[in-house]
Design a protein around this ligand. Structure first.
Ligand SMILES: NC(=O)c1ccc[n+]([C@@H]2O[C@H](COP(=O)([O-])OP(=O)(O)OC[C@H]3O[C@@H](n4cnc5c(N)ncnc54)[C@H](OP(=O)(O)O)[C@@H]3O)[C@@H](O)[C@H]2O)c1
Length: 250
């Protein structure tokens, strides 16, 4: 069964960049009324993202949570990220052109994905902790993964913070963000999120978390490229040296 889910995940990883490049997920600056019913985006973020740690924890319990230190560390990292994303981030969001709306289709897909992803990763975490020695938590790969996860988280939060400040300090709908990793990138929040999940994949050393990291990359990379073109079209003075999502490269 696990293998079937992984195959499904790989299909999603392959198709997502094509779909998200052609059809921009209808929220934020790409929100369109013709995508049907929409709901308040603060509520949407809470709803979509709370499901993920709940699914992960229930899955760990269902598949035989052993209480090992490895499992606890990984569940903690996952929950920590989603505590921020589900319960803090939504309250930072400021009113925008999109009138704080998110299409219900996006929300439903987000919920389904988070149930799927949380469950499969919960299973993988339990499985890895039964296979790995407790010494894994002092292994350089685990430690390096943890450090990359933490750096990604800081970059993600700091960039979210800069975006929020921009909307507080200006009456414009959108401005040119500056400071932090925005010196180099148009979407450093996405860059942080991507490296965060690659760090997690290293620390948890299983195929499900690698799939999540790859999926995050495939979902956010085309969106970052769209954001970058959008900034260049909207602001003629937009910094030329700034890249979309990978410093100095793309
Ligand atoms: N793991 C995953 O697969 C995944 C998927 C999606 C999102 N995420 C994470 O969720 C977070 C939010 O994602 P997002 O797609 O909404 O990010 P985003 O497009 O960068 O927007 C983030 C917030 O900042 C505002 N904003 C963006 N650019 C702005 C500007 N130039 N001036 C003023 N305000 C601006 C947006 O307002 P508007 O809403 O009005 O545009 C929104 O409230 C990110 O940290 C991302 O990494 C993760």
């Amino acid at each position: 069964m696990f293998n079937i889910f992984i195959i499904l995940y790989i299909v999603m990883i392959i198709t997502t960049p094509i779909l998200t490049y052609l059809i921009k997920a209808p929220y934020g600056r790409y929100y369109k009324k013709n995508w049907g019913i929409s709901i308040n985006d603060k509520f949407a973020w809470i709803l979509m993202e709370t499901i993920s740690p709940i699914s992960l924890i229930l899955s760990c319990l269902w598949f035989g949570f052993s209480g090992s230190v490895i499992t606890i560390c990984l569940i903690f990292a996952w929950t920590f990220h989603y505590f921020y994303r589900a319960l803090l981030y939504p309250f930072f969001i400021r009113k925008s052109y999109s009138e704080n709306k998110m299409s219900l289709i996006t929300v439903c897909l987000g919920i389904l994905f988070n149930i799927f992803n949380g469950t499969i990763n919960g299973y993988a975490i339990v499985e890895i902790s039964s296979r790995m020695d407790e010494k894994w938590i002092t292994h350089p790969v685990f430690l390096l993964g943890g450090i990359i996860f933490a750096i990604g988280f800081i970059v993600n939060c700091h960039s979210d913070f800069i975006l929020r400040k921009l909307r507080i300090s200006s009456d414009q709908e959108y401005g040119i963000p500056t400071g932090g990793m925005f010196r180099f990138l148009s979407s450093p929040n996405y860059f942080g999120e991507i490296i965060e999940w690659f760090g997690f994949a290293m620390a948890s050393w299983n195929v499900a978390s690698l799939c999540f990291a790859l999926f995050t990359l495939c979902f956010l990379l085309p969106r970052a490229i769209s954001h970058h073109s959008w900034y260049k079209d909207k602001f003629p003075q937009y910094p030329r040296s700034r890249k979309a999502i990978i410093p100095f490269i793309l």
